[in-house]
Write a protein that binds this ligand. Structure first.
Ligand code: F6R
Length: 606
């Protein structure tokens, strides 16, 4: 989704801005642009990739202050005019903006009635003209931005550049913005990935913060006036340079990184002695775990699928009601919040607007929320103030893979911890710990010999639609497999609990319809097999993900074996073939695997 990068220092700004935009590319975008201050404000922007922008840039651009943007269209089509930065009418103010200005329509009308011609269809452009009106009435830049933001409603992470001032003004409300302090230079971005190569010294702006960046430093104040409490944080997590390490795509690299990522997630957290797990960041004492009334897990997309696995594992191990919620629904359903319940917000990026809003809603109603988050210092992590980092490392492909397995890993750790407090014995816990420790090796074993993925691809790549079936813990795995194939190969997919299939979706099946069945050797195996037979009887072709050595394989058109494991942990293995099927199918269809159309890595608008 939209990304911001800015620089103020002694070096030439333009190459740093372009490099910053490259770091933001993984988020998904449709156009990009930069503005550099020299004698004028020099703006270049274009539809397409950052490589297209590079082609239209002059060989050299003077100036060591600039702002840059990748746009993911919300208001207005994908056009050069709608790309950011937006300039005011006389070219003296430039602005980049993430978020949505809710009252932009009325403001446009008022601006137009004053004779101001807007060049784009965006809500963002209104801001640059309002700031200009403030400047023309004698306000200093900070005041002009402040008064503008006081007149608008909505969300923003924004940077403003002025022809006549050596500074950048930044502001945040509901859309992340981070300032990085280097030696005699300052960076700003909406994404910590883009700053990590420059500095680890970071100011995470809070909602309502404004910052003035000059050569002499960073001054952070509040929109309503007065100073801000925001202070410098040293990023501990080493995000490093996420390169492809010889893989053709980030997605494949991240699929293959899962064993190592899961090791990081569980390392030091599995507690064999007590048959439990250690999750210090949760700050949940045994008495609280014991007295909790229920558990709610909230997320979007892949994170929601992980929540559904968490729900089942928590109910099963801890014998406490647990419910998974889609964040975008939860926020608006006026849910009843019990302060004794335990709430989890699950998010790779920690910036997903729907999940963030749900967290605020729970907190507003007196509940506390724990984050299960990948990106350290992200908005959800900071807002929750307690939780579990899943330690997947940077996930660059839009389609989430290693974050999914680590979310599931973290939720299973929690289920064990809660289960040990409330229900099961040390011996049972020790058995789970032993089995859990083996999973990264089993993932590696599977990935070294992933089975006939190419045969599965042949069955699905030209299909009208693909059905995914699973029962119990494999039902959310089916949903995750369907989501992955749909989002990167653009094939309509339907995921159903295997037993529910006969209540409707079976009508879709015809001769040759591909059905992916997830059937580990658990208590649901027989029932899943029955659903599979119902599909076969209608001419469907079965792609079966099953345990090695299980005779169920004989029933399949394509049988993909995964190593045998504790059924509780099976989603960590059974999801991997579905990721590979999606990846290989997208390649076979010539899709852009890492940057699927219309999608964004971090969805920061509701
Ligand atoms: C699917 C995918 C999305 C995200 C969803 C939530 O591959 O990546 O469905 O899972 O947008 O994102 P996070 O986890 O960052 O909150």
């Amino acid at each position: 989704m939209c990304g911001i990068f800015g620089f103020l220092g002694n070096r030439s700004a333009a190459p740093l801005l372009v490099e910053g935009l490259r770091k933001l590319e993984y988020r998904g975008y449709d156009s990009s642009g930069i503005a550099v201050k020299n004698d004028n404000l020099q703006v270049h922007k274009i539809v397409g990739k950052v490589s297209e922008l590079s082609k239209i840039l002059p060989n050299h651009i003077d100036g060591n202050i600039g702002i840059a943007h990748t746009r993911w269209a919300t208001h207005g089509l994908v056009t050069n005019e709608n790309a950011h930065p937006h300039l005011n009418s006389d070219g003296t103010v430039a602005l980049v903006h993430n978020g949505i200005i809710d009252n932009a329509r009325g403001i446009r009308t008022r601006l137009e009635s004053k004779g101001i011609q807007l060049r784009s269809e965006t809500d963002s452009e209104t801001l640059v003209h309002m700031i200009t009106i403030g400047l023309n009435s004698g306000q200093e830049p900070l005041e002009a931005v402040r008064q503008t933001l006081k007149r608008v409603t909505g969300t923003w992470g924004l940077c403003v550049l002025f022809k006549d001032h050596d500074l950048i003004i930044c502001a945040r409300n509901g859309s992340p913005l981070i300032i990085g302090k280097g030696d005699d230079e300052t960076f700003v971005s909406s994404d910590p990935h883009a700053l990590s190569q420059h500095t680890q010294n970071i100011f995470f702006l809070e909602d309502g913060d404004m910052a003035v960046i000059t050569k002499s430093g960073i001054d952070i104040t509040r929109l309503e006036g007065g100073s801000s409490d925001t202070s410098i944080t040293v990023l501990e997590e080493e995000w490093g340079e996420a390169d492809m390490a010889g893989y053709p795509h980030f997605m494949l690299k991240e699929i293959y990184e899962q064993p190592e990522a899961l090791r990081r997630c569980i390392s030091g957290r599995l507690d064999y002695k007590n048959g439990s797990s250690k999750l210090g960041g949760l700050k949940l004492e045994p008495v609280r775990l014991h007295s909790a009334t229920h558990v709610r897990l909230i997320g979007c997309g892949t994170a929601y699928n992980a929540c559904r696995i968490g729900q089942l594992a928590i109910e099963s191990l801890a014998r406490i009601p647990a419910v998974a919620h889609v964040a975008s629904e939860f926020r608006y359903n006026n849910s009843v919040i019990n302060p004794n319940a335990i709430h989890f917000a699950v998010s790779q990026s920690g910036e997903t607007a729907d999940t963030l809003s749900a967290v605020k809603e729970i907190q507003l109603k007196g509940g506390s929320v724990h984050g299960i988050v990948n990106v350290v210092g992200s908005s959800i992590a900071r807002l929750c103030g307690q939780g579990v980092y899943i330690h997947s490392g940077p996930e660059q492909a839009v389609a989430s893979t290693k974050a999914f397995t680590n979310m599931v890993g973290a939720l299973l750790l929690f289920a064990m911890r809660m289960g040990r407090t409330r229900s099961f014995s040390r011996e049972k816990g020790q058995l789970i710990v032993k089995n859990f420790e083996k999973i990264p090796d089993l993932m590696e074993k599977y990935l070294s010999n992933p089975g006939p993925i190419d045969e599965a691809v042949e069955l699905v790549k030209d299909a009208k639609s693909v059905m995914f079936l699973g029962r119990g813990l494999s039902s959310p795995v089916a949903s995750e497999g369907a989501l992955k194939l749909m989002e990167i190969a653009y094939i309509p997919c339907l995921a159903y609990p295997a037993g529910e299939m006969k209540h409707g979706p079976i009508a879709l099946l015809e001769e040759g319809s591909p059905v992916v069945v997830i059937a580990p050797n658990d208590k649901h195996r027989e029932k899943t097999m029955a659903a599979m037979h119902e599909c076969k009887a209608r001419g469907a072709k079965i792609i079966l993900i099953h345990e090695e050595g299980d005779s169920i394989a004989e029933e399949a058109d394509v049988a993909i074996p995964i190593p045998a494991c504790d059924p509780l942990l099976s989603p960590l293995l059974s999801v991997v073939p579905t990721q590979l099927i999606a990846y290989q199918t997208a390649l076979a269809l010539g899709c852009d695997v890492d940057r699927p159309r219309n999608l964004a890595k971090s969805v920061t608008v509701e």
